[in-house]
Design a protein around this ligand. Structure first.
Ligand code: ADP
Length: 484
């Protein structure tokens, strides 16, 4: 089984969120199942030198882009057994800081999508499946359909498209249809790439791929409803069984509190060691140094998706009335950055906020916190709650998407459950749930059981990789593998 993963980001080369974690880990897990899984990414300036300087130059080609053609250099690096190709164009990727949010993203990713297809014969890799991820690679399937189906080299290639977040759709003006993508008007219809008068990259992935997946079963169900569907619920409903949900895992070797070099006190399952980490973090961030106070962590993009307006509504109540500390790491919407910065100024020894992206600090927060708050409005899968559980930080989540599929609310009578959850998108339901968790924090029997359940869970990729493998096998002639 030959698989090519095409995406806009992938760990450890370039990461802004969970997508990178998936691209960094799933190919590894599939390789262990015997697949030849490879990755293809843009060659961004932000890729650390240690990687870019170890890449091997393979070749260069001209990529057709509407009426013109653009240079594309092809580099390769094999890391931990996964061959990764990097597509180089100085103007689109090599000379810019950041990876998204440029005024010409449609052109940059149209180029990348076309280049992924165009280089295949030049790198001698004929995949059975091209697996694309999120809007940035949504036009691979329609361009394969339009430009390459007549070419025998491409005829048997199947396509899978995974939605990691339906909110980001890549919708641009009609003019890109022919100018950048080389598609004709037959593609510009609601069952094609048309969306509200524009051209939608994500619709390209949804409507032209052989199979569409998303990253949890609950999210797969939710996005077929108007509330979660972001205007695409009809298109998604019409896929029928061409749409399915497979939950993400995490790289349990990388996210391992026993070996994580970012921690002051590595641990396997000891709550005493977690407490030492907590005191170290309190010192690092200027909080009151107290091992006994429950510490709530939050790590993630500071956007409306993450339920921060709920936090906003109860933050002062929580800070004023409860013996608790809060640490927030993230960046995003200035409104929420300001909210937490103001609150940190007011509750100096109780609340710490760091507005930045910092992988090491994120891991120290997972390790040091007792509770991890993630009250998302919607959450396709969510990796942070999985990492938190792995590090023994008990998640408090809203029952949506992957949070619903991975966190079971604690049942004090049976001792089952690995976190706390609430159903309605309501600030006081959340506060009530936080306080329920704080009550159990003071009861060491309950807390020990919760920590045991959370840290003992299997968040590895292996089961999900088996599900992906079975899906690929259904689409191709490669025999189905036993799942077990
Ligand atoms: P999303 O993909 O919606 O951003 P996920 O929970 O799926 O959310 O994945 C987020 C990933 O990014 C996790 O690995 C999390 O630890 C990491 N992350 C998010 N924000 C930060 C930050 N400010 N600093 C370090 N890591 C972060």
């Amino acid at each position: 089984m030959k698989l090519l993963f095409a995406a806009a980001e992938g760990s450890p080369f370039v990461k802004t969120g969970g997508l990178a974690d998936v691209i960094g880990a799933l190919p590894q897990a599939l390789r262990q199942s015997g697949a030849d899984a490879r990755v293809i990414l843009p060659k961004y300036k932000v890729i650390p030198k240690a990687f870019s300087e170890s890449m091997t130059y393979l070749t260069h080609i001209e990529v057709p882009m509407g009426w013109r053609s653009c240079y594309c250099g092809v580099f390769k690096l094999e890391l931990d057994g996964i061959p990764t190709y990097f597509l180089d164009n100085e103007y689109f990727f090599g000379a810019r800081s950041g990876i998204y949010g440029h005024g010409d993203d449609e052109e940059r990713f149209a180029f990348f999508n076309r280049a992924v297809l165009e280089i295949l014969p030049h790198i001698g890799f004929q995949p059975d499946i091209i697996h694309s991820h999120d809007w940035h690679t949504g036009m691979i399937a329609p361009m394969l359909h339009k430009h390459y189906r007549h070419n025998p080299y491409y005829q048997s290639i199947k396509t899978v498209f995974t939605i990691h977040n339906l909110q980001y759709q890549g919708v641009f003006s009609y003019s890109i249809l022919g100018d950048l993508l080389g598609l004709d008007d037959s593609y510009f219809q609601p069952g094609g790439v048309e969306f509200k008068g524009g051209v939608s990259f994500i619709k390209g992935g949804i409507n032209y791929s052989d199979q569409v997946t998303t990253v949890s079963r609950t999210y797969a169900r939710e996005i077929q409803t108007e509330y979660y569907g972001e205007g695409l619920d009809g298109a998604l409903r019409s896929l029928g069984n061409r749409l399915s949900g497979i939950v993400n895992g995490i790289d349990q070797e990388s996210y391992n509190p026993a070996t994580d070099p970012n921690l002051s006190y590595p641990y396997r399952s000891s709550l005493d060691a977690k407490r030492l980490n907590k005191i170290a973090l309190q010192r690092e961030l200027g909080l009151e140094e107290r091992g006994d106070v429950p510490l709530i962590g939050m790590v993630g993009r500071l956007t409306g998706q993450k339920g921060l307006d709920l936090v906003e509504r109860i933050l002062f109540e929580l800070m004023e009335q409860d013996d608790v500390q809060l640490v927030v790491l993230g960046s995003g919407d200035p409104r929420f950055e300001q909210l937490f910065e103001d609150a940190a100024g007011r509750y100096v020894r109780k609340l710490a906020v760091q507005i930045k992206f910092d992988e090491g600090l994120a891991r120290r927060i997972y390790a040091s916190s007792d509770l991890f708050l993630m009250p998302s409005r919607f959450e396709p899968c969510g990796l942070s709650q999985l990492i938190a559980m792995r590090y023994g930080s008990i998640p408090i989540v809203r029952e949506t998407g992957g949070l619903n599929d991975t966190v079971q609310s604690y049942n004090e009578f049976t001792g089952e459950g690995n976190g706390f959850s609430f159903t309605n998108y309501n600030a006081h339901d959340m506060l009530h749930t936080i306080r329920r968790a704080l009550r159990f924090y003071t009861e060491s029997d309950h807390w020990g059981r919760l920590a045991h359940n959370a840290m003992g869970g299997d968040y590895s990729w292996s089961r999900s990789a088996d599900e992906y493998y079975a899906l690929y096998a259904r689409l191709t002639d490669v025999p189905v593998k036993e799942i077990g």
